[in-house]
Design a protein around this ligand. Structure first.
Ligand code: GDP
Ligand code: FE
Ligand code: FE
Length: 194
């Protein structure tokens, strides 16, 4: 299987569309997440094409205007409570709607991995975990704890999810930022792996 089995036009079409939607810096991050996702898929015996594609597209909606997200919430009749959140939460959860409409990607596994890449879920597939972790450990990341996250990712996907979620929750709490309930569900479901 190749990307062209999931999206008409394949990888070159996607890179063109991404260049229209994303800054060069963000595009470079997406390419590194694609690579990290493929590495993790190889390590854990998962579908490398699905992992690479989900990693590549995970931040496709990141540079949409807030108003565009608010419109999407109405258009798709999503819980109006979602409107109280912000880009951090929207770009992942709503990314699949933008990706389906603009890129024609319909694979449910790939779209779910993109939806969950920021906040996770208490019920993550291995593909979801790969993209969630790859986004955190891609080779361009440089923050305290990232090397430990990289080491853990070589040993256990579940432990890597737990480590990343604990660090994110601690970071948000320390900054006095709101924590999305689904992020806390992820924390509660995975923390015992740490
Ligand atoms: P990025 O898109 O590659 O920058 O990475 P992510 O999509 O993983 O995260 C985007 C931002 O959302 C980061 O600054 C996270 O700390 C933040 N974030 C993650 N979970 C939550 C949450 O539950 N609530 C809020 N407010 N922010 C979150
Ligand atoms: Fe993101
Ligand atoms: Fe990202």
């Amino acid at each position: 299987m190749t990307y062209a089995d999931y999206v008409t036009g394949g990888r070159s079409f996607l890179l063109e569309k991404m260049a229209e939607r994303l800054s060069p810096k963000r595009l470079a991050h997406c390419l590194r997440v694609e690579e990290a996702s493929i590495d993790l898929a190889k390590r854990y015996g998962l579908d490398e094409t699905k992992a690479g594609l989900a990693g590549l597209l995970h931040d496709y909606a990141k540079e949409l205007a807030d108003q565009d997200f608010l419109t999407l919430i109405d258009q798709h009749q999503l819980d109006p409570a979602l409107k109280a959140w912000n880009n951090n939460v929207w770009h992942g959860l709503l990314g699949p709607y933008v990706i389906q409409a603009e890129l024609g990607l319909t694979d449910a596994d790939i779209l779910q991995a993109i939806a969950y890449h920021t906040v996770g879920s208490s019920q993550m597939t291995d593909l979801d975990k790969v993209v969630y972790v790859a986004d955190y450990i891609e080779c361009g990341r440089d923050f305290p704890g990232v090397d430990q996250a990289r080491e853990i990712a070589k040993i256990s996907l579940n432990q890597a999810v737990a480590y990343e979620t604990a660090a994110t929750v601690a970071y948000l709490a320390q900054k006095g930022m709101p924590i999305y309930p689904q992020t806390l569900d992820t924390y509660n479901a995975y923390i015992h792996y740490l």
